[in-house]
Design a protein around this ligand. Structure first.
Ligand code: APR
Length: 233
């Protein structure tokens, strides 16, 4: 793959599964434990803010007890050694990519360790709870919500993502079911712009048909292998 210079990597919950973070749609996943409408929509938040805040408080606490795994570490190595363009677009709201050392990371669905003020729209690093309605450090209003993108809301930095997809020579999808748009459509966008496409996932995702190549297995095995081969040139 010597003609590869610009790479876009899309990651999903599957890359963090081996670190002990539940995925959404696998057996026993988050969407089996909670109704999406109750905990991941603006309407659900308006209806029962306490339920939603406690749901994300529990996830925020849990993510601080786990560690990055070999798949996160391999992408951090790629980030450090790859001289071309690289953008790791993650659907995940955990900070495991950054804790593994990756820098070129974009959180399109937001971050658990950030609070967004609905009054002044400021963002604040946040590792504590929000159900007790703390005041916004900026404007003092009790209007802080989880800085995550709920269903029906616009994902973050879409322009930057599409710019990277337009320039990509290689698009790699890791640990995502391909069930949620717009992320699920990135493989077709990348193809349209001439990129090679590779899926690394435990099982074939919903958009697997659109990939030039699909490898099944654990992310902690597939990703280090792929990165080592790529860097070996
Ligand atoms: N290694 C590789 N892949 C794995 C592993 C693993 N250890 N464990 C699970 N997977 C795969 C599953 O086979 C599945 O295809 O990861 C995928 C996880 O899919 P989802 O649970 O649907 O998570 P994701 O694709 O990230 O969800 C997308 O949906 O609920 C919303 O906003 C939320 O960002 C999320 C979006």
């Amino acid at each position: 793959m010597t003609d590869i210079r610009n790479i876009v990597v899309l990651t999903g919950a599957g890359i963090s599964a081996e670190s002990g973070i539940d995925t959404f749609r696998d057996a026993g996943g988050l969407w089996e434990q909670h109704r999406v409408e109750d905990v991941a929509t603006p309407e659900g938040f308006a209806r029962d803010p306490d339920l939603v805040q406690r749901f994300y408080d529990a996830r925020r606490e849990a993510v601080q007890k786990v560690k990055p795994n070999a798949a996160h570490e391999a992408l951090a190595r790629l980030d450090a050694e790859w001289e071309g363009d690289l953008l790791i677009v993650t659907q995940n709201v955990d900070d495991l990519h950054e804790r593994a050392g990756a820098k070129r990371v974009l959180h399109m669905h937001g971050e658990l360790l950030s609070a967004l003020c609905s009054a002044c729209e400021a963002r604040h690093s946040w590792s504590d709870t929000l159900f007790d309605q703390p005041a916004c450090p900026g404007c003092g209003e009790q209007a802080l919500r989880p800085d995550v993108v709920w269903f029906g809301e616009m994902p973050y930095e879409m322009e930057r993502i599409y710019t990277a997809l337009r320039r990509a020579d290689l698009f790699v999808s890791i640990g995502t079911s391909g069930a949620v748009y717009p992320a699920a459509g990135f493989v077709r966008d990348a193809r349209e712009y001439g990129a090679r496409t590779l899926e690394l996932n435990l099982e074939r995702g919903e958009g697997s048909y659109w990939f030039d190549e699909s490898r099944q297995g654990l992310a902690s095995h597939l990703v280090p292998d792929w990165v080592a081969n790529l860097l070996a040139g």
